[in-house]
Design a protein around this ligand. Structure first.
Ligand code: SF4
Length: 121
């Protein structure tokens, strides 16, 4: 039986998880203190995803950049492409929390949204 060790990122406790797998299927998760760890481990070994947070350049705003995040999880192996699109983006002020800054970032089907307000300078 294959075993994988993971650190849960569900909360600051950072429980050490052991995932037992057979023929590519999870048969047991151990080491989790709560059910979130079990869910995280099962997803992480089969389809790892992450929320990406960053900043996007703003033109004509009272700040030079606006903080942003992906509206939902994206596949972990797309993080580099997502960051490249975010780095290359330039958005005109004003921007408000929840506004879509980049649609379908890196072809993931997920939008990048603003997490703060930027007014016109
Ligand atoms: S298993 Fe639960 S308690 Fe442990 S790090 Fe994950 S979320 Fe936190």
């Amino acid at each position: 039986m294959e075993k994988r060790e993971l650190t849960c990122i569900g909360c600051p406790m950072g429980c050490m998880l052991t995932v037992s797998m057979e023929n590519g299927e999870v048969v047991e998760v151990a080491g989790n203190t709560c059910p979130k760890g079990d869910i995280y481990a099962r997803k992480e070994v089969v389809n790892p995803t992450r929320i990406v947070t960053s900043t996007v350049k703003i033109s004509g705003g009272d700040k030079e950049r606006v903080s942003c995040k992906t509206a939902s999880d994206i596949p972990k192996d797309k993080i580099f492409e997502v960051m490249k699109d975010i780095d290359g983006a330039l958005v005109k002020a004003p921007v408000h929390i929840g506004d879509i800054l980049i649609q379908d970032v890196a072809g993931t089907g997920v939008d990048v949204i603003a997490t703060r307000n930027i007014e016109i300078a």
